[in-house]
Design a protein around this ligand. Structure first.
Ligand code: EPZ
Length: 422
């Protein structure tokens, strides 16, 4: 297990190229289970989660080969195994998005129930409700969900849950519906850009999906899908993390391959507290030259402020000039970073799903422990500005979702090293 050793202080300056989106590419890889013939996916980031998905698809009969500069070629060669084992699903919850395509193409999917994780309880009831509405029979056996159907039929499906829409739930139902007989209408669908990117890939494969990226998605079933060539959208969460890194260090960072239009809530919040964000030639320049203002923020489904940037924004607000309130409306328990930031001198009080952050003059380097992907990113950010040395342990969490983060930060002037954990 590796750790990061960070010496706080340097202002970040220069350019960073944002990688393809992890959360777009994972369901897009799963979608290739639906195709007859090879698919090519471009700008696939080099991440542990992508390797896990490649391994899972391999077990499900897909040959996966890697080309140059983030190119993946996938082709199903054997449809006889439809079991996503617990060993793999437990490593990566997004494995659950093979459920829809396996059911649609093979008539059977056996997928281990994912269970909870460090960010809280993560049910899949909405996924199952949607698949049932399409005519699937769902059973639970030895911790696995077994979904079967001779034929799926289009239906009208409401997919809203207690915390709003579901990203992977929408992906699963959309992928199950593409080869169903007739028309499916998904209401209260997730509007995230990653869902729209999946639909773009499915349409390139021959599917007929309209409205992806809005709360109503209409899918007209087709008989067959072919392989397709697709370039994944840039990762808006990685982009947001680098924007915050620039703001925290009073730096000036240019981001290329960054779609500001996918990040309007984030840009609005950053500008609101005094960060300069300007469009620049297909990307953005983010700078800050002063102590930032406090703010209140609530995480929401897209187009609201993303839960996946809540921890990183908290680090920024730890150093703002006053009190901020951060309310988590998607995963109310996603606050594992609070205790670790407090070890670095942050002043944060938790009240239910809200954290009250009182800005301090400085953070102080300390050994801290990463608990999940975005919490780890928040700790790395804190290390960039803390006085002295910060050691972030268990960085395998960060390797799941950030491609070469220490190299990218070093190229901007950060003092960060990877070392084996003793
Ligand atoms: C996706 O997870 C992302 N993962 C998560 O990214 C992200 O935090 C999340 O969406 C929210 O934006 C991938 O795309 C691979 P949800 P997903 O279903 O789809 C509740 C990261 O750091 N819910 O949209 O699993 C759920 O408990 C991560 O990259 C139900 O109640 O999330 C939550 O409160 C981690 N029933 C809310 O909905 C269900 O059946 C939204 O979850 C499904 C979800």
């Amino acid at each position: 297990m590796d750790k990061f050793i960070i010496k706080g202080g340097p202002r970040l300056k220069g350019s960073v190229d944002i990688s393809g989106s992890k959360n777009a590419v994972l369901p897009i890889m799963a979608a290739t289970l639906l195709a007859s013939g090879p698919s090519t996916i471009r700008r696939v980031p080099g991440l542990a989660d992508i390797s896990h998905m490649s391994q899972l698809l391999g077990e499900l009969g897909t040959s996966v080969s890697q080309g140059d500069s983030g190119m993946l070629r996938l082709e199903v060669t054997d449809e006889s195994h439809s079991h996503a084992r617990y060993d793999l699903v437990r490593k990566m919850r997004a494995s659950v998005c093979v459920l829809g395509p396996l059911l649609a193409k093979r008539g059977i999917a056996r997928v281990a129930m994912p269970g909870g994780c460090a960010i809280g309880s993560r049910p899949i009831d909405l996924h199952l409700r949607g698949l049932r509405a399409l005519g699937a029979k769902i059973e639970l056996e030895s911790g696995d969900v077994i979904a079967t159907a001779d034929k799926l039929k289009g239906a009208s499906i409401f997919l809203g849950g207690p915390f709003g829409s579901s990203v992977l739930g929408t992906a699963n139902v959309m992928m199950a519906a593409v080869m169903a007989e007739g028309t499916t209408v998904i209401e209260s669908a997730a509007c995230e850009p990653e869902v729209a990117d999946l639909a773009a890939h499915l349409n390139a494969m021959g599917a007929r999906i309209r409205g992806a990226g809005t709360p109503r998605v209409t899918v007209e079933g087709v008989k067959e899908l072919r392989g397709a060539d697709h370039e994944v959208i840039p990762d808006r969460i990685e982009a947001g993390t680098f924007m915050i890194a620039s703001a925290l260090t009073n730096g000036e960072v240019k981001l290329s391959h960054c779609r500001l239009d996918d990040m309007l809530a984030v840009v609005d919040k950053l500008r609101d507290i005094g960060v300069i964000v300007e469009r620049d030639d297909g990307g953005a320049v983010v700078a800050s030259a002063r102590r930032l203002e406090p703010t209140d923020v609530t995480t929401q489904p897209y187009p609201g402020f993303p839960t996946d940037l809540q921890a990183q924004l908290m680090t920024l607000l730890c150093l703002a000039d006053g009190n901020s309130a951060i309310t988590e409306k998607i995963f109310p328990d996603r606050f594992m970073h609070v205790a670790e930031l407090s070890r670095m001198g942050a002043n944060i009080r938790k009240e239910g799903p809200t954290a009250i952050v009182t800005g301090v003059k400085r953070l102080i380097g300390a050994p801290v422990m990463a608990s999940d992907l975005r919490a780890s990113a928040a700790l790395v950010l804190a290390g960039l500005v803390a006085r002295g040395e910060t050691t972030v342990n268990r960085v395998y969490h960060i390797d799941r979702g950030y491609e070469r983060i220490e190299e990218k930060l070093r190229a901007l002037g950060a003092d960060i090293e990877r070392a084996p954990e003793e």
